[in-house]
Ligand binder design. Structure first.
Ligand code: GLN
Length: 444
């Protein structure tokens, strides 16, 4: 029964050693019971799910793993949550993340780091590290994360699970607390591609409250079944650049060879603007963040510091409520948008973004999908990079170009390096999730 399934996962969560949840939902069991009693024929009837803590859940605390949102309980559901509840899913709780989704390791959470279940001395990746770790640890079968520059694919790769960053516009962002809204999408994580497709069938689609969402008739589950005979794969040489781990490189090439065995063909492609993508991404993401986070001033949501007047209260709230990485990004983003520097940094980054997108348009006019490593290395040690933000940013080199272009991309486990899971990244054309899901499914 749904009740038994929910109870068994809740017990696993109680005995967790990965610190993947920041909150569990006290009505999960009750919800499962009522599904058993009343009957539910939705596609996810009784299926437990975990939700990243930046996706708004009515009646359930949503903090972005930040002190500034401590105690904030949204009075409404995000679009994806409405869809999940209607499909019969049972929300078990909210998962840990880098504060406001800014990070690659889930170490910047106010609630402490999440640990990688394969080796608890290592990071689970980020920023949706909680959503990936709890799936990998068997504490929940499926979860939702968000991906602004790799935050679903990176932790999927580091934790050995599947994670999809859909095409920009595929899923409504209504109720997703924005970090960099022109780049991000909500994305599913699971242990199998079939589960990812099932979740996509539920959460994708148009929503009038997000004007960037698009209506497309599609069945993701039906699309995965065909084989990859004749599939044309492009391998961008820039994705195997400086800093790539030898074990990761070998594992990914072995995976590409397996596709050849299955009847696909591959060719090298060049995406010359890849080397500028990281810089452009961080300027755009920080600029958008500095604006999006202006709303957290102690007046409306969560934590409020004392102060004799509004100015003192608001600045003390922000000083005490935000962590170091968030403050760094607000300062850099404000600088990049300020008069005199706007053209030099922000507008320049937007021009680079167009060039990066054109690289994808050109490469994907010659092949069906692109393949490469999701991350240049396996999961690194906890504490190894957290004091050196630039080295953390560099880890995103293969994931951020995809968000600049808005194309879909999936990370599937393809083997091990240094005894840690390696993710194969499969990138597709805009709204061609079906082809990358099919390619990923064939590999499993
Ligand atoms: N690591 C990237 C960043 O810190 C991506 C984060 C994300 O996708 N939310 O911006």
């Amino acid at each position: 029964s749904a009740e038994e399934v929910t109870a068994s996962y809740l017990e696993k969560i109680d005995n967790s050693c990965v610190n993947g949840f920041v909150t569990t939902w006290d009505k999960a069991l009750e919800t499962a019971k009522s599904i058993d009693k009343e009957g539910q024929d939705g596609p996810l009837a009784g299926v437990p799910i975990a939700i990243k803590d930046n996706i708004s859940t009515n009646g359930l605390s949503t903090t972005c793993s930040s002190k500034i949102l401590q105690g904030y309980v949204p009075p409404y559901d995000a679009h994806v949550i409405e869809k999940l509840r209607a499909a019969g899913a049972v929300i078990l709780g909210k998962t840990n993340m880098d504060e406001f989704a800014m990070g690659t390791s889930t170490e910047s959470s106010y609630y402490g780091a999440t640990l990688n279940p394969w080796d608890t001395d290592r990071v689970p990746g980020g920023s949706s590290g909680g959503s990936a770790a709890v799936v990998a640890a068997g504490e929940v079968p499926v979860s939702l994360g968000s991906d602004t520059g790799g935050s679903v694919r990176c932790p999927a790769a580091f934790c050995g699970v599947v994670g999809l960053k859909p095409t920009y516009g595929c899923i409504s962002r209504f109720g997703l607390i924005s970090y960099a809204n022109s780049l991000e999408q909500i994305g599913p994580l699971a242990t199998s591609v079939a589960d990812i497709a099932t979740l996509m069938d539920v959460v994708a689609g148009y929503d009038a409250r997000d004007s960037t969402s698009i209506n497309r008739e599609n069945s993701y589950s039906d699309s995965i079944k065909d084989d990859v005979d004749g599939l044309k794969i492009g391998v961008p040489e820039e994705y195997f650049g400086e800093g790539i781990d030898e074990g990761v490189e070998k594992t990914v090439w072995d995976a590409i060879a397996k596709y050849e065995d299955m009847g696909a063909s591959w060719q090298k492609v060049s995406m010359p603007h890849t080397k500028y993508a990281l810089a452009a991404y961080y300027i755009i993401a920080m600029s958008e963040a500095s604006s999006n986070l202006a709303r957290f001033d102690g007046t409306r949501y969560g934590f409020r510091a004392d102060g004799d007047n509004w100015h003192v209260m608001a600045s003390k709230t922000r000083a005490e409520g935000f962590g170091d990485e968030v403050k760094r990004r607000i300062l850099l983003g404000t600088y990049a948008l300020s008069a005199g520097y706007h053209d030099k940094y922000y507008l320049k980054a937007l021009k680079v973004r167009t060039l990066v997108k054109q690289d994808f348009d050109k490469a994907l006019s010659e092949v069906d999908v692109l393949m490469g490593p999701t991350m240049p290395t396996p999961a690194f040690k906890i504490g190894e990079k957290i004091d050196d933000p630039l080295s953390l940013y560099l880890a995103d080199v293969n994931t951020v170009p995809i968000n600049l272009a808005g194309v879909p991309s999936i990370s599937v486990p393809c083997g091990f390096a240094d005894k840690m899971p390696v993710g194969l990244q499969i990138i597709g054309k805009h709204f061609d999730e079906n082809t990358i899901l099919r390619a990923a499914y064939s590999f499993e």
